[in-house]
Design a protein around this ligand. Sequence first.
Ligand code: HEC
Ligand code: HEC
Length: 227
Amino acid sequence: MNKIILSFLLSLLATNCIYADSASDANSEIKNAMKLKPNLEAGKKTYELCAACHYNNGWGKEDGSFPVIASQHKSVIIKQLADIRARNRENPTMFPFSGDDILGGPQGIEDVAGYIAALPANPKPGTGDGKQLELGKKLYFEKCVACHGQKGEGDAKNFFPRIQGQHYAYLLRQLQWIRDGRRKNANPTMLALIKDLDDKTLAIIADYISHITVDVISTEKEEKEEK
Ligand code: HEC
Ligand code: HEC
C-alpha cells in the first residue's frame, strides 16, 4: 500500500475522526485520487476556472477572502477539494466549482491539485501589524510546531497544511472558524489547542505565521522523498 495512504489511515485512527458519511465519502475519494499521477496539462485547463477567484498565480487576495493555494501540498489540496464537495467543509462560494462537471472524478482532482502544488509560492503574503512577533513565535512553538513545522511548512504525508506564505487575514479567519466550530473538517487536536484562545491571541499567532519568510520548499521534492 502507498505510504501516503497508510499514514493517512493511521492518522485517522489516531485522531479517531471518522465521523459522518460525508467524511467517509471524502475519505474514499482522497484515497482514489492519491493513487494516481497528475496530468498537469489537464490540471492547467481546469485551473482556468479556479483562477477567477484564486488568480492565475494561485496567490489569492490579501484581504483573505481567497486563500493562497499555490505550492500547497498536493495531498492537502486533494483533501480540501474532496471535503468541499462532500460538504465536509462549508464553502458556499466555491461549492458550485467542486462538482464532477468541473473537477471530474479522482483523476480530475489529482490533475488540478498537481498543477496547483507546482505553482510557485507567494513570497509576499499579506501580513499583520508585526507588533508582537516574539509572543507570536513563542505561542507558535508551544502549540503549532508539532504539526505545521518549524517554518509553517506543514507535512504532506500527514495532510497537515502548509501555512507559511498564506495571507494574514485568511489565517486569522480560519483560526476563528476552526475555534468556533465553523470548519467541519478541523483537526480535533488542533481544535482542543485553540478553543480557549481569544481573537487577540489568534491574531498574534497569525501575524507571526504571516511573517515567516518564504524559503522555497518544493512540494514536488517532498513528495518524491515519500516514495
Ligand atoms: C467563486 C470563487 C472560487 C472559485 C471559482 C474557486 N474557489 Fe477555491 N476557494 C474559494 C474560497 C472563498 C475559499 C476559502 C473558503 C474558506 O474561507 O473556508 C477557497 C478555498 C480553496 C481551497 C482550500 C485552501 C486551503 O488553504 O484550505 C482549495 C484547495 C481551493 N479553493 C481550490 C480551488 C480549485 C481547484 C478551484 C477550481 C476548480 C477553485 N478553488 C475555485 C473560492 C473559490
Ligand atoms: C495535531 C496537529 C495540529 C496542530 C497541533 C495544529 N494544527 Fe493547524 N491544522 C492541522 C490540520 C490537520 C489541518 C487541516 C484540517 C483539514 O482541513 O483537513 C490544520 C489547519 C490549519 C489552518 C487552516 C489552513 C488552511 O489552509 O486552510 C491553519 C491556519 C492552522 N491549522 C493553524 C494552526 C495554528 C496557528 C496552530 C497552533 C495554535 C495549529 N494549527 C495547530 C493540524 C494541526
